[in-house]
Design a protein around this ligand. Sequence first.
Ligand code: UDP
Length: 245
Amino acid sequence: MQNKITILGIPFDNMTRKEFLERLYERMNKKEKTFLVTANPEIVMYAHDNPDYYKLLMEADFIAPDGIGIVQASRKLQTPIKERVPGFELMLGLLELASLSNKRVYFIGAKEDIINLTVSNVSEKWPDLEIAGYHHGYFNHEDPQMIEKVKATRPDIVLVAFGFPRQEKWIKSYLAAADYGIAVGVGGSFDVLSGKTKRAPYLVQRFHIEWLYRLVKQPSRYKRMLALPYFIREVYRQNKKEETI
Ligand code: UDP
């Protein structure tokens, strides 16, 4: 089984959710700085078209295959990935782990009311979790003071919910300044954790049609969703190229 599986230039770690959590836990205990990315087809296509963002992703310590689209692409390219590792579930796994092992978590991102609700829901679900701190995501992301503020709370895990590519840019600067910690971009996850946005119902998730569900719920996002057919076309192209080599 290959350790890394490359899809459109992005090297995914071929691990199950459980293996990701084990590796992250090990690194946390060794106080190693860790840049974790959970990449879905939209992120892959954005990196494909934006060299600076691509370079940024190449600095990640782990890239998790977020979404069935990535898993299907890996099968098409005859390098199957073990399983899909949804970013949202990896984040829940990290929270569970942190709560069991007294690790400190900082939450940064989303609107003020959303972050407040997120933190109150999280502390209800994991009463033992050590919340190092939290802050909304609407500040100047270039401001080094915020990095110092977060760092001063000594978090083992920093969950950054600004949406890509903003969150990965901020994480790079944060980790450059921090002494240790895992930092991961979690996109719109706080909107879901806060209870304001519902995750797709079980059956929708089961049949892998979350994209359709989101399109119906938030039609304004259709432009972003065009990334998916574009992704599929590029995967077919990569496959053809490999067949002719
Ligand atoms: N967000 C933020 N700061 C910003 C922009 C967005 O904290 O400067 C948050 C936003 O409130 C939401 C999450 O990032 O909780 C993802 O936002 P969105 O879905 O709009 O991301 P995008 O569409 O840009 O990927």
